[in-house]
Design a protein around this ligand. Structure first.
Ligand SMILES: Cc1cc2nc3c(=O)[nH]c(=O)nc-3n(C[C@H](O)[C@H](O)[C@H](O)COP(=O)(O)OP(=O)(O)OC[C@H]3O[C@@H](n4cnc5c(N)ncnc54)[C@H](O)[C@@H]3O)c2cc1C
Ligand SMILES: NC(=O)c1ccc[n+]([C@@H]2O[C@H](COP(=O)([O-])OP(=O)(O)OC[C@H]3O[C@@H](n4cnc5c(N)ncnc54)[C@H](OP(=O)(O)O)[C@@H]3O)[C@@H](O)[C@H]2O)c1
Length: 543
């Protein structure tokens, strides 16, 4: 017996109607079914009729426009969360979820900001605490939006199957995603600053030969770190629990070293404390769990400091572990090219160390790479493919690279690649750091590349050599005429490094250069730089 093919679902919802593809598909199916029942025939809905439907759909409000035009005004990593949420006010829930992300598209969560919010909205992803740069603030906002989503879902049923199918990703090979990492071996670390520097930055080399990992210059590399065993021991002592307390077939000590984050104390931990303490301490724990700051010290409370604040608190070790966040991998821009040696990968890692009170606080991954891992040790890793950060397809196209500090990492990779492939395009690097005598990363190598005419031009900015801070953007303005000439000749512009300040300031400088030397009004220069971005000629890798 043959089965007749199902007729295609008619397009009843007009293209311009403010629905996502998934919602449109569901609505088309829904109305096709409804209209064929009463036999009155099929007629597309008017935009007004479509708009009237909006409040009935999960996550939607009656505001005009669904914001799917890619011009999300909150997509700016320099805006604080409350401002981003204000800009997204009245927008559909999935867009507000997007606004809650840190807007860096950094890939640490395994998605970009848009895809993470879509995955949460479609319930394909349940973890609300994956946005590393957004931290607790983003996690809290996502929690409240997820509650809104759940109550909307109980009013109207989400077309979950369509959404899940549309976003389902094929299973990745080992080393291609944070969910399926591969193994690499640690080869070496070499200090990039000279003794006397205020910074501690390492050139790290890893051996990829056992994992079969492939990457492209511009990609980032994910590292699964482990916590400092001394910190884990201090937590165990503060809890007054046995280090070998069994937790899911492992010991408490093991789980504290590689399973959970000992960074900022999560709300859940304070919630747990509020259940097992009394009086004033309970009120404080409750307030901290709600994101309040009763004693003005909330920002300093990592897991150990939180236990110490509620000294004497004795949670059940299993409940304690349950209340902590999972230990997340960290990303680093790849500083090598597989065209030089596909089995060897390099990173440029700034070590995070600071003090709060009398206790030294250590960045987990950066000190794992700087202090704890030894040559020959293996670590879990994966490649985070760049979304839009790559050399031009045409090797003859000139490139301008702006990368202060560790921002130089991907540009070392670009230069190595262009050297290995004998790309004829010109290469201009802007590098800056604190002091020329101490913080000139890869100085000899860059000099060699200059001598070999691979590095056409090197412009340096030292912020602490003199009385006045000189930053890369100051140098860009100084050499604006030449910069404009390169851009007018089709150069691609790349920026890497600090997302909060540097990236914005560099963009501002580029706008000024375009206005001054490209003879344009400021508005025209802003539009010109926006067009560079849209056409892929202005690319950023910022964190
Ligand atoms: C795409 C991408 C590429 C990246 N590339 C690089 C790279 O090439 N090189 C590089 O070094 N990093 C890079 N990073 C940053 C890197 O992923 C880590 O965030 C960084 O190494 C810190 O991680 P950690 O685990 O050592 O520190 P964590 O344990 O995560 O601690 C860092 C946190 O400590 C706090 N903190 C730091 N300093 C202070 C202070 N002085 N006072 C108070 N609190 C403080 C801040 O809250 C900070 O977020 C990149 C990030 C992304 C997303
Ligand atoms: N998440 C993390 O924990 C983490 C870890 C590592 C790096 N980062 C981020 O990544 C950035 C890179 O760190 P890094 O150690 O490589 O270098 P960095 O600390 O950013 O310093 C590099 C150079 O950039 C200068 N600079 C400061 N503000 C600037 C601005 N607005 N515009 C242009 N240049 C500016 C610095 O000058 P002065 O310092 O003298 O002002 C220094 O000369 C950090 O700024 C940080 O935001 C974050």
């Amino acid at each position: 017996m043959s089965i007749a093919p199902r007729p295609p679902i008619p397009e009843l919802i007009p293209d311009g109607a403010p629905f996502t593809i998934e919602q449109r598909t569901w609505l088309n199916g829904f109305f096709a079914g409804l209209l064929s029942l009463d036999g009155s025939g099929i007629k597309p809905l008017s935009p007004a009729e479509s708009a009237a439907l909006m409040p009935a759909l999960p996550g939607m409000t009656a505001s005009p426009g669904d914001g799917d035009d890619g011009e999300a005004t909150w997509h700016d990593q320099t805006l604080p969360l409350n401002e981003r949420m204000k800009l997204a006010e009245g927008r559909p829930l999935r867009r507000r979820m997007m606004a809650a992300m840190a807007q860096q598209d950094c890939g640490q969560c395994g998605y970009n900001c848009q895809d993470y919010s879509e995955a949460l909205f479609s319930k394909k992803e349940a973890r609300l605490n994956l946005c590393v740069p957004g931290g607790k603030e983003t996690a809290r906002m996502l929690k409240s939006l997820a509650q809104e989503l759940d109550s909307a879902a109980s009013v109207a049923t989400t077309p979950a199957t369509t959404v899940a199918d549309a976003t389902a990703a094929p299973a990745a090979a080992p080393g291609c995603s944070r969910d399926n990492p591969a193994e690499a071996a640690f080869l070496s670390r070499t200090r990039l600053n000279k003794p006397g520097s205020a910074k501690e930055t390492w050139h790290i080399e890893l051996d990829l030969s056992r994992g079969g990992i492939a990457y492209t210059v511009g990609d980032a590399f994910g590292i699964f770190p482990t916590n400092d065993p001394a910190l884990a021991a201090a937590v165990i002592a503060a809890l007054g629990a046995p280090a070998d307390f069994p937790i899911g077939g492992r010991t408490l000590r093991e789980v504290l070293i590689d399973g959970v984050s000992l960074g900022p104390a999560p709300d859940m931990l304070f919630q747990l404390f509020s259940y097992i303490t009394g009086g004033d301490r309970r009120q404080k724990a409750k307030a901290l769990a709600a994101g309040e700051d009763p004693d003005g010290d909330a920002a300093t409370l990592d897991v150990l400091a939180a236990i110490q604040k509620f000294s004497g608190v004795r949670p059940d070790p299993e409940a304690f572990i349950e209340a902590l966040d999972p230990l997340q991998p960290r990303l680093y821009s790849i500083a090598s090219s597989p065209k030089v040696d596909a089995s060897r990968l390099a990173l440029t890692v700034d070590t995070v160390r600071y003090k709060i009170g009398s206790r030294a606080r250590l960045g987990v991954a950066s000190t794992f790479l700087a202090d704890r891992i030894e040559t020959g040790d293996t670590l879990k890793v994966y490649v985070q493919k760049a979304h839009a950060f790559a050399l031009p397809a045409d090797p003859a196209v000139p490139i301008i690279m702006i990368g202060p500090g560790t921002g130089v990492a991907p540009f070392r990779a670009f230069l190595h690649e262009r050297m290995a492939t004998k790309a004829p395009g010109r290469n201009w690097l802007f590098f800056g750091h604190q002091r020329s005598n101490y913080d000139f990363f890869y100085e000899d190598e860059l000099a060699g590349m200059k001598a070999a005419r691979v590095l056409t031009r090197l412009t340096l900015a030292w912020s602490r050599d003199g009385d006045q801070k000189i930053y890369v953007q100051d140098r860009m303005r100084e050499v604006g005429r030449d910069l404009w000439a390169w851009i007018a000749e089709g150069a691609h512009v790349y920026v890497c490094g600090d997302a909060k300040h540097m990236a914005k300031d560099v963009e501002r400088a580029l706008i000024d250069v375009v206005a001054s030397y490209g003879v344009r009004s400021v508005n025209e220069a802003v539009a010109f730089v926006a067009d560079l971005k849209k056409s892929g000629r202005y690319q950023q890798d910022v964190y």
